[in-house]
Design a protein around this ligand. Structure first.
Ligand SMILES: [Mn+2]
Length: 242
């Protein structure tokens, strides 16, 4: 049997000086390592259905900040690296994937935009708006474990990781504020910043983490399991789809 096809929405150059639709290596390795076949999905807003028809799972990768107009407010002065086309494309993809009950996994920005697409809100800058004194952005390279998270014991996330506390490599200054109605906050940094959201009842699978499991999956089996569980959900979706 062929590997489930995982569509990863492409990263685009933040300054938009480049027309590249990029997928970086760690995501490719993490998906293939979990038994999925990764494809890059470029930001073509009017071809969402064509892309989704080819896919069994949607993986939303990291990137720059989301424009605040999607939250109905003005951009915060510290918000940066906007990519309007990518925002528009991913918001449409997430809504359509949710309608199809396609498994979704959001990483960093991917978790945030999943929450926005499904009706949740964000802190545009956690230091200014959530009030934390902790700098979640202090490590510029997302390989280092920088803070702990506590995980709801009755969550899918805890059951996948096999623990209710973990050290994570999170690099961000925005975060989920109110989870979307369909999603539940299931992991928190010590300062209360949301680091995980999910909905995995009723046969569905939507998971978002604020850290970068693709960067540590090769050395940390519990982080690798996030991809394995997601790919397994994609396999189940494909079987149901027929
Ligand atoms: Mn963090």
């Amino acid at each position: 049997m062929k590997d489930p096809v995982i569509g990863l929405t492409a990263l685009r150059s933040p300054d938009q000086s480049s027309y590249h639709h990029i997928l970086t290596g760690p995501y490719v390795r993490a998906v293939t390592g979990a038994g999925g076949y990764p494809i890059v999905v470029p930001s073509i807003v009017d071809r969402c259905d064509q892309a989704l028809d080819m896919m069994d799972g949607l993986l939303l990768i990291g990137g720059g900040d989301i424009e605040a107009k999607h939250l109905g407010v003005e951009n915060h002065p510290k918000a940066k690296f906007f990519n309007p086309l990518r925002d528009e494309f991913e918001l449409a993809m997430i809504k359509k994937a949710a309608d199809r009950k396609m498994p979704m996994f959001g990483i960093c920005r991917g978790m945030q935009i999943m929450n926005v697409a499904l009706g949740g809100s964000l802190y545009q800058d956690i230091n200014d708006e959530q009030g934390t004194a902790f700098d979640h952005m202090r490590e510029q390279t997302p390989d280092k474990l920088v803070h702990s998270v506590s995980i709801a014991p009755d969550s899918c996330l805890a059951s996948i990781l096999g623990t209710t506390s973990a050290s994570v490599n999170s690099v961000h200054h925005q975060a989920v504020r109110d989870p979307a109605p369909a999603l539940r906050a299931v992991a928190w940094a010590p300062d209360g910043v949301v680091e995980g959201i999910e909905s995995c009842g009723n046969g569905g699978f939507m998971l978002g983490v604020q850290w970068h499991p693709e960067r540590i999956a090769e050395t940390m089996p519990e982080q690798r399991r996030l991809f394995e569980r997601f790919v397994k959900a994609a396999e189940g979706y494909r079987e149901k789809k027929g």
